[in-house]
Ligand binder design. Structure first.
Ligand code: NI
Length: 400
């Protein structure tokens, strides 16, 4: 195994230039969720060039995304590696980098450009070692992570068929460059999005007695919802209920017909999640009723919490410690953000981990989704080396 490790290390080193070039190319050409057409084309082209066996373009009902497979000596076991490939609809402000976005109003501000490059080069390395691979590798290039809509399509398209375990990584500006963060069990929160229409009866602002005022109703609902986390959820359970957008009314003297509210619920345990979602509905409905109005839930979507498999996480962390030393591996903090990798680990054991890319001197310590966000490219070979070693150790039935 030591020999394989050295082989992988050499291959990764020989690909470093291409890895950085690819990352910067994707950074300069970002595409938003489910519109990753050029990104998809280049991914498929590179996989073909690297000698990957099966390459399926598109997923579910969508034209973007790639599901590919490297067939080793046996079909099983099979391990999947996942990269998300979408960018955000925002303007890049960092004019000092030569590879800044060329697509106006779209930016790789979360580091998914790095995820694509890391997985592509991992595929290149593994394809060269195919003759020694005691199993197979599924490569998942997932569209639309930012809208939490892509993982569903990948699963629908059979992306997890025949898969025994899965690993994914996220570059992380809040960890020093090169440091790896693992967490067993609950890691990223369950995300529920709520969109409510509060319905009243419009009228003259000077004659409220003839109207049913949805603005007063909505105001009461917002306040009443605050009691869910403070009065109904176990104080040691993380939970958030936020109404983030309210829309209603047209003029200073018109009571509108309705008010639209959009918000998010974040929780970890399924019990807490179920209770909070149920109480949001009950409280909104009944507060509106008490004030002679009604509510309509017009949109709702959710992603479950990301729960890392403890055994597989320990296995991956131990591979990382062996490769890079104890001091390069830390326990990652729990996060109220969402990540639709959660849908994969609901189906197969797996782990999602963080690769630190924060370097103040290089200016790569800006927050994710910040218009100056950038990635320290020098940390990326670590991701490739770790992915490739996790694959080999897992397939040969090593430390599990
Ligand atoms: Ni992200």
């Amino acid at each position: 195994m030591i020999k394989m490790r050295e082989k992988i290390k050499k291959l990764v080193e020989s690909c470093k230039g291409e890895l950085i070039e690819l990352r910067r190319h994707f950074h300069a050409h970002p595409e938003p969720s489910f519109e990753e057409y050029e990104t998809t084309k280049l991914i498929a082209q590179k996989l073909k060039e690297y000698g990957v066996d099966e390459i399926k373009v598109g997923c579910g009902g969508k034209a973007s995304g790639v599901i590919a497979t490297i067939r080793g000596l046996f079909d099983r076991p099979m391990i999947a590696l996942r990269a998300d490939i979408d960018a955000l609809k925002m303007k890049e402000e960092n004019q000092s980098i030569p590879y800044r976005s060329q697509n106006e109003g779209v930016m790789h501000a979360c580091g998914h450009d790095a995820h694509i490059a890391v997985l592509l080069i991992t595929a290149k390395v593994l394809a060269q070692l195919k003759g020694e691979l005691p199993g197979s590798v599924r490569l998942i290039f997932q569209p639309a992570e930012e809208t939490a809509a892509g993982a569903k399509e990948i699963i629908k398209a059979g992306g997890l068929d025949g898969v025994d375990a899965i690993a994914g990584l996220h570059v992380w500006a809040y960890l020093p460059s090169g440091v790896l963060g693992f967490r067993k069990g609950p890691f990223f929160a369950a995300v529920d999005r709520i969109e409510i229409n509060v319905k009243g009866k419009g009228g003259h602002g000077a004659a409220p007695q003839f109207a049913v005022d949805p603005i007063v109703m909505a105001s009461n609902i917002v306040l009443a919802l605050q009691t869910i986390v403070s009065r109904e959820v176990d104080p040691i359970e993380p939970a958030v209920v936020s109404i983030c957008k309210i829309e209603g009314g047209t003029a200073f003297n018109i009571i509108p017909e309705e008010v639209k509210m959009v918000g998010t619920i974040r929780t970890f345990s399924p019990q807490t999640r179920e209770r909070v979602v149920k109480r949001v509905e009950e409280i909104s409905t009944n507060v509106a009723k008490a004030m002679r109005g009604s509510v309509e839930f017009i949109d709702y979507y959710s992603t479950p919490a990301l729960i890392n498999d403890p055994n597989f996480t320990e296995f991956a962390a131990s591979v990382a410690r062996d490769l890079f030393g104890e001091r390069s591996v830390v326990e990652a903090d729990i996060n109220m953000g969402g990540e639709d990798f959660s849908l994969y680990v609901e189906k197969v054991p797996g782990t999602f981990f963080l690769l630190g890319t924060g370097n103040k001197d290089k200016g790569t310590d800006k927050a994710h989704h910040n218009p100056y966000f950038d990635v320290d490219d020098d940390a990326l070979p670590i991701g490739v080396e770790l992915f490739a070693n996790i694959v080999f150790e897992f397939l040969r039935g090593g430390k599990r």
